[in-house]
Design a protein around this ligand. Sequence first.
Ligand code: SF4
Ligand code: SF4
Length: 100
Amino acid sequence: MSACTTCGACCACFRVEFSVYEVDLAGGTVPAGMAHEINGNRWRMNGTGEVPIRCTALTGTVGERVGCSIYALRPAPCHELTEGSEACERARTKRGLPPL
Ligand code: SF4
Ligand code: SF4
């Protein structure tokens, strides 16, 4: 089973930013109500530009049991951050979770 289901650290560590074309209003998939524009063509998931960071789509408790409420619709950075990658391990360390 993926370590992600009991982790969620990356969804609570990084700014999640993407092109406006990933937003449903512009023909993409990400629900506009869960993100906001940061400039003309960049959008950011709500909650990922705040302190403490926590993506609005993240459900559950980091390090215990988590889910992404828009998993099938999530933006490119979420697809690109893979389990076991350097960014993944950095996020886990920040949240006090052991390396994979
Ligand atoms: S930090 Fe790594 S293990 Fe944790 S949810 Fe993200 S990709 Fe999965
Ligand atoms: S959209 Fe989903 S996968 Fe992406 S940061 Fe938010 S909770 Fe995590």
